[in-house]
Write a protein that binds this ligand. Sequence first.
Ligand code: NAD
Length: 248
Amino acid sequence: MADPIAGKVVVITGGSSGLGEAAAHCLAARGAKVVVAARRKDKLEGVVGSIKSAGGEARPFVVDVTSKDEVGALIAEAISAYGRLDTMINNAGLMAIAPMEEGLTGEWDRMIDINIKGVLYGIAAALPQFLKQGSGHFINMSSVAGIKVFSPGGAVYSGTKFAVRAISEGLRQELASRNIRVTTIEPGAIDTELKYGTSDKAARAAVEEVYKTSIGSDSIARAIAFAMEQPPDVDVNEIVVRPTAQVF
Ligand code: NAD
């Protein structure tokens, strides 16, 4: 039987490292056509180069998800290159953990812009194509921090990830009758660059401690593939994946 992921046109934001990079490799290895998007051109080209040398189909696209126009151009490029769009993975994110009394308002702004507005721009750009096709799949990256708040330092990051869950669930309800699927993924501690996102030294040390039991990005790539490989009438709504050793 043919792999249900083969031939799917997938856009992944935050594809230059971590979960996005692992998902790009995993999906391309199963025959998906992947547009790998992030800000760092050299990193993107490295990811796409290694997918291609393994025989996969991928193309890089430099995007800052805080720009509505750039995210619109990303989706237009995917459709122009491959003729359709099957899955939009809104994955780019920033975790800047710090107690609120530090008042790092610049990092609050960045998290809101990347984690919330970036996801909304991805939805706004992909949805018209999904509606036109009568099919599509949004996969939005929330977090265990989108289910519970970790203190001290997690308030704003959690706020953004609660927002991703709320937006995803509202979107799911609105699109249920339109043959468009919505999946929210809530990872626990996964070993990526995310843990270096804060400028607060004490918070960074605390985060690194928590990440001592972290697991690899391939765990989330498999969760994404699981949601994607279901038949069209099955929508895996939420997947929580923690390291076995993670208590919270
Ligand atoms: P990561 O830092 O390796 O990857 C984040 C990616 O987002 C990078 O490619 C980065 O370049 C990109 N990015 C950041 N700002 C961007 C912007 N403005 N425009 C475009 N791209 C931008 O970390 P990761 O762990 O792979 O994170 C991916 C997602 O998973 C994030 O949304 C994160 O919140 C979520 N998540 C991660 C964990 C974890 O423990 N690693 C846990 C829960 C949720």
